[in-house]
Design a protein around this ligand. Structure first.
Ligand code: ADP
Length: 495
């Protein structure tokens, strides 16, 4: 059930194709498959097994048995940390394969795959490995007759549904805290990029995890994803993906009142004041929208600029973009801008570019598909101006290299435009006025605010959204609370 693969950069490996359940790769019961396609060449890479609801049930049963088994209970906090560190070591040893897989199947530039995705995944696992033996409850003095203490108890079987844009980092961000807290897991990868998470499954047994503790499957969202989200023996769902699917998952999770973490979409603002360092703002706002060809939930896709510097900023943004956005083969070292992940996403992004034009916005730069040598789902870095707040390109998440630039007159107006959205994930403010920077940070409806940078994140700092951008947060210490419940134990001393 394996296949030998050689990526376009010459890196070779044996790719598993089955479902990883109970520490074994097994076939799907339904015989359905998912085909992994290279978005650069538009050619098939290989096909993997797609889980049915029956396969999901098998994986959940394996995770439940593992959760209850003395062998997992015996793995105390320190041992769980050791296992996570081993997983990180294996990812580091196989970093070239993991990065090649991501560049081949996702289209992400190789250096971003190696350092922004695989590198992050290694760091995240080591970070949560360190937490594993530091997850303590409280002792509470209740007077002379009674004491109480709390235990941070694992939730049980956790279902994790990941997207396709940063597969390596997503695997680690989901597995790290769940395992550190003592849960067992069924993780479902996205059908758009089914190979990377499956390669991680090879490390699970080698690292020494007992069977059933980590199960990794592929499957279609409406079938396998829905089966996991609605399964009555799953205690928690942690989901990253679109707001539309997040709402669906919330409904399914209500069946047995699962604990839920949702990290969903965004339409994040970057506000640039007249006193900002414009070169710095032009650099970071390019990074904020164009990284990973705009396929980042936290992309700052609405740039709000003080009217007095609007035209000057646009020129600087364009000049900076021409320097840092190099379109090409993502395996080439100089490439920073690869294709969109799939034909569906590519066509979706292009339809937004058409809607911007037909709704009357002005195309300042880009605006079209740019296949390389007649192939690939490439879209030019695109900027629209003269955008009205009712337009789709202002309101909806495009998930592509397209940004709208909107002028404002006052600080109040800037905040009003920034908050005129159903989303609340990310935001940025560029100014040299410290008091104003903090006023904006306090007033903006967003889970993350960057002052004079964008997406300059850190694994030690929680990341999450408000409004329709999600529930709960990931990374940092606060994420641990989303994988445990407080058990309060009372002791009667008056006997
Ligand atoms: P995108 O459209 O960008 O792929 P989605 O939110 O649809 O984003 O997908 C993110 C993840 O959610 C994927 O793993 C996908 O399989 C899964 N998914 C999609 N639809 C459902 C659903 N109805 N129930 C559960 N999971 C789903």
């Amino acid at each position: 059930m394996d296949v030998e693969l050689i990526a376009p950069n010459g890196v070779k490996w044996t790719q598993p194709l089955g479902l990883f359940i109970d520490n074994e790769f097994v076939g799907s019961t339904g015989g359905k498959t998912i085909t992994a396609v290279c978005p650069t060449s538009e050619e098939k890479i290989c096909s993997v097994h797609a889980a049915t609801a029956e396969d999901v049930d098998k994986a959940v049963k394996a995770a439940r048995t593992a959760f209850k088994s003395p062998s997992w209970k015996k793995h105390g906090a320190k041992e769980r940390g050791v296992l996570l560190n081993k997983l990180a070591d294996l990812a580091e040893k196989n970093a070239e394969v993991l990065a090649s897989l991501e560049t081949w199947n996702n289209g992400k530039p190789y250096s971003l795959a190696r350092y922004g995705d695989v590198g992050v995944s290694i760091d995240v696992l080591r970070y949560y490995a360190g937490w594993a033996d530091k997850i303590h409850g409280q002792f509470i003095d209740c007077g002379p007759d009674k004491i109480a203490y709390t235990i941070k108890s694992p939730l049980g079987v956790v279902g994790q549904i990941i997207p396709w844009n940063f597969n390596n980092a997503s695997v680690a961000v989901k597995l790290g805290p769940a395992i550190a807290c003592g849960n067992t897991v069924v993780l479902k990868a996205s059908e758009m990029c089914p190979l990377t998470a499956l390669y991680w499954a090879k490390f699970v047994k080698e690292a020494g995890f007992p069977p059933g503790v980590i199960n990794i499957i592929n499957g279609y969202g409406p079938e396998a994803g829905a089966a996991l989200a609605s399964h009555l023996d799953v205690d928690k769902i942690s989901f990253t993906g679109s707001t539309r699917t997040g709402k669906e998952i919330l409904k399914l999770a209500s069946l047995n009142m699962k604990n839920v973490t949702l990290e969903t979409g965004g339409k994040s603002p970057a506000i640039i004041f007249e006193d900002a360092d414009l070169d710095n703002a032009a650099l970071w706002t390019n990074i904020g929208i164009m990284t990973n060809s705009g396929q980042v939930c936290s992309a700052t896709s609405r740039i709000l600029v003080h009217e007095s510097i609007h035209d000057k900023f646009l020129e600087k943004f364009k000049a900076q973009g021409e320097k840092i956005s190099v379109i090409g083969d993502p395996f080439e070292q100089t490439t920073t801008h690869g294709p969109q992940v799939s034909k569906v996403q590519y066509e979706r992004v292009l339809s937004y570019l058409d809607s911007g034009k037909s709704e009357g916005a002005k195309l300042f730069m880009g605006g079209k598909a740019v296949p390389q040598g007649g192939k690939g789902f490439y879209v030019e870095p695109t900027v629209f101006t003269d955008v009205k707040s009712h337009m789709k390109i202002f309101r909806e998440e495009i998930f592509g290299p397209c940004v709208v630039v909107v002028p404002f007159k006052t600080e109040e107006e800037a905040l009003e435009i920034a908050n005129d959205t159903n989303y609340g994930l990310n935001s940025a403010v560029f100014t040299s006025n410290i008091a104003r920077a903090h006023r904006i940070a306090a007033g903006i409806d967003a889970g993350n605010v960057y002052i004079n940078s964008v997406n300059n994140m850190d694994i030690r700092v929680p990341f999450g959204g408000t409004k329709q951008s999600g529930i709960g947060s990931e990374l940092g210490e606060p994420c641990l609370a989303t994988y445990t419940y407080n058990k309060s134990v009372f002791v009667n001393l008056a006997i």
